[in-house]
Write a protein that binds this ligand. Structure first.
Ligand SMILES: C[S@@+](CC[C@H](N)C(=O)[O-])C[C@H]1O[C@@H](n2cnc3c(N)ncnc32)[C@H](O)[C@@H]1O
Length: 172
């Protein structure tokens, strides 16, 4: 992680791509996931035991087990809402703490969060590390007690917080 020149971000419509891959050091620290419902194909490394990638639709698929979610920018709240309903897994999203989706789906429904220090450099489908950083801070969001415990002990450089489940009414 570092600060410096930004690329626009993995979840940013401005970036022109939804395929910004989770850094291997992040996924590797979080333990084994059963499912990545929005995976890259081809991909330089596995993110879970089972991957769903286009043209298959991971959003309408049945989610079983522990899920890792780094969702496409388009429809992010729907993907994150499905993980909140599923209740077992961890998401990597931008720390847009003031937004409606963050209040409804993170502050009100997550079990714990880890605000990552610095900015991530995402990776390209060929595995190369993006030259610029993500352009904004990222947060890992745990749903369910097991994911919260794994997040607490993952050793990534960040600030861990338990979430009490109540948010403000004033979100954008
Ligand atoms: C931000 S990338 C994350 C990739 C991978 N999960 C990771 O963390 O490295 C989002 C991925 O979602 C995939 N995607 C977009 N819509 C999808 C859908 N309906 N079903 C499954 N995958 C989808 C894209 O192809 C892209 O690879």
């Amino acid at each position: 992680m570092t600060t410096g020149r930004a690329i626009g971000g993995h979840h940013s419509a401005r970036s022109g791509s939804n395929v910004w891959l989770t850094p291997p050091g992040i996924i590797g620290a979080l333990g084994v996931f059963d499912l990545d419902p929005c995976a890259a194909d081809p991909r330089p490394w596995d993110t879970a035991r089972r991957h769903i990638a286009p043209p298959e639709d991971g959003l309408s698929a049945e989610w079983v087990g522990r899920v890792f979610l780094n969702p496409p920018y388009t429809g992010l709240p729907v993907w994150l809402g499905k993980l909140a309903d599923h209740g077992q897994g961890t998401a990597l999203v931008f720390a847009r703490t003031e937004t409606r989706w963050f209040v409804d789906l993170v502050w009100r429904r997550a079990t714990a969060v880890l605000f990552l220090h610095g900015r991530l450099h995402f990776h390209l489908p060929d595995g190369a590390r993006a030259q610029g950083n993500a352009g904004a801070p990222s947060v890992l969001v745990a749903y369910g007690e097991r994911d919260a415990e794994l997040l607490a002990g993952c050793g990534l450089d960040g600030t861990f917080l338990r979430v009490c489940g109540k948010g403000s009414e004033g979100a954008a």
